[in-house]
Design a protein around this ligand. Sequence first.
Ligand code: CUA
Length: 314
Amino acid sequence: MTSWLRSVLMPVQGTSYAGSVDHLYFFLLYLSAFFFLLIAGLLAFFVIRYRRRSADDRTPHITHHAGLEAAWTIIPLVIALGIFFWGFRTYMEAAVSPGDAMEIQVTAKKWVWQFEYPNGTRSLNELHIPLGKPVRLVMTSEDVIHSFYVPTFRLKQDVVPDTYTQLWFQPTEPGMHRLLCAEYCGKGHSDMGGKIFVDDEKKYNDWLETGGDEGKNMPLVQFGALLYASRGCQTCHSLDGARGDGPSFKGVFGHPVTLQDGRTVLADENYVRESILQPQAKVVAGFDPIMPTFQGMLREREIGALVEFVKAQK
Ligand code: CUA
């Protein structure tokens, strides 16, 4: 019954912790269902059993029943305390990471997730982790409050500027898991997602080695289109000329661009490159300087691919 209901109500259990959360959740669900049926059933029963039968039907004077009152005080108290300690234990399971957990640094910013691995490899909106190994995330934000939320892991943690929050888990389910931002953080909030890839040790190590060179066998423009979608560019830069938080890519390349300070520059390869790495250097007139830098977060070939992609948006 529970496993069937779980498959209907819940996403797969991606961590050992997810099992603990589901246990408690279904206990609460069944407990609530039991009391709902008990109370609603008694209500219906009393309405019928003690209905007014004639105009001069009088209710007898009832004071109290000590045994009954003690029962409905003590039984819920015991249940509530039980739930408290069960919930506390489950919370502590998620709050205290084992000492041998691998640490990954997470930086959230409008509207991307950046990950840095122990060997210095970085990735954007894509977290790769080995199956069955405990992983600890040390998280902070560069701007507003975001929230790291993975439904299949049953984990959610606020990511706050000027402080570190942490999260740990031990993935038990290989494959792709969805990462969402669960704290409203502005216009791009609903696009601030990512993917978590849980791979076996070998595949994970291969990925770390190559830094996940996903566009290896792809033409640059096509690779650029992939990066445009996966690295968060699309949250601000449209391709159809529509105004977003940043200028549209349509028809930019090869044309003069008016900047905030009144200068006009030609949008060539170097201009696009600089706009990716030092976005504040040349801010387009009419836009706020809100773009985060991608310095150190993109490999050379990825920058080249994005330049080619912008160039292709005629
Ligand atoms: Cu970041 Cu919502």
